[in-house]
Design a protein around this ligand. Structure first.
Ligand code: MBD
Ligand code: FE
Length: 308
């Protein structure tokens, strides 16, 4: 590579920068910082990055943090999906196979949604959209129902916005925790979500533009499914037929997570549900693994806001 990087001055600079020359601090952090800064030096050298370009990148990072879009760029760059691939691989090595596939959490979860038993309604009636009934069963890999599992569900409204982040929506709108009944079943009524689009004027979309990419996600519904003695599942279902189903800027679509929507137009059925317009219905079962030694941790510590 470059001669400059091989010089004693630059090598010594890196050693000092990362604290590898002192006996305090954290050894792992030092080695990681050394690697990252070295890789940045290499990138600057290899692409002959000019000071103007460098400082524009630093402004970009500042803007990304100020716009609270770090969590949006991370899946956009495939980093969150890469973490999933690593967890999948570690699970395969531990013999954890089958069950409902995991996929990324994304940046829009809010902790502390209302908890109810068996069923819930996620909207308050003010959403103008198609009514969706979703139901299913939580089972283990042997087909045994898991009673008392918590299905923590969150999704966008018919305009693609998430409550809390979109302050025009009611508190915990389209966010609930539902405990499965004795047969491991859950069901909820909500409104069909629309796909998501990155804020068009935000820093994430700004970079995506430079990569010639869009910032769109297909319509989807997020879930954490957990139960005592079971491995926590973080996943989403993607709604079939969406034009971005296999072109998700966040790379979260996986086989086994695409769910068909049944449309009910039969007037009698519509009336039975107390509605006056056709509705949508999805059935989706979740299959969990029992917790076991030597398998990677699936309870990930991550900063989550809670609605005030
Ligand atoms: C979303 O709704 C989402 O789930 C992800 C991963 C990124 C942006 C918006
Ligand atoms: Fe989402």
């Amino acid at each position: 590579m470059s001669d400059l990087l091989e010089t004693r001055e630059v090598q010594s600079l890196l050693t000092k920068v990362s604290g590898l020359g002192n006996d305090k601090g954290d050894a792992r952090v030092k080695r990681i910082v050394h690697r990252i800064v070295l890789d940045l030096f290499k990138t600057i050298e290899e692409f002959d990055v000019q000071p103007d370009e460098f400082w524009s990148a630093m402004s970009y990072l500042t803007e990304l943090g100020q716009a609270n879009e770090v969590g949006l760029l991370v899946p956009g760059l495939g980093l969150e999906t890469f973490l999933d691939h690593r967890t999948d691989e570690a699970e395969r090595k531990a013999g954890v196979e089958g069950g409902t596939p995991r996929t990324i959490e994304g940046p829009l979860y809010i902790a502390g949604a209302p908890l109810s038993k068996g069923e819930a309604r996620l909207d308050d009636g003010s959403e103008k959209g198609e009514v969706l009934f979703m139901n299913g069963q939580v089972r283990d890999v042997n087909g045994k129902p898991v009673a008392g599992a918590v299905v923590d569900v969150w999704h966008a409204n018919p305009l693609g916005g998430y409550s809390f982040f979109d302050p025009s929506q009611p508190r915990y709108n389209l966010r609930r925790r539902i405990e499965t009944d004795a047969e491991g079943r859950y069901r909820f009524r909500t409104v069909l979500p629309a796909g998501y689009a990155c804020p068009p004027e935000g820093p994430t979309q700004k970079l995506l533009d430079q990569l010639g990419r869009h910032g769109r996600r297909p319509a989807h519904i997020h879930f954490f499914v957990s139960a005592p003695a079971y491995r926590k599942l973080t996943t989403q279902i993607n709604i079939d037929g969406d034009e971005y189903l296999h072109d998700d800027f966040a790379f979260a679509t996986r086989d086994g997570l695409i769910s068909e929507v049944r449309r009910s137009t039969d007037p009698a059925e519509v009336r039975t549900r107390g509605l006056n317009a056709p509705f949508a219905e999805i059935t989706f079962d979740f299959v969990l693994h029992r917790e076991r030694a030597n398998a990677p941790n699936t309870v990930v510590t991550r900063a989550h806001a809670e609605a005030a």
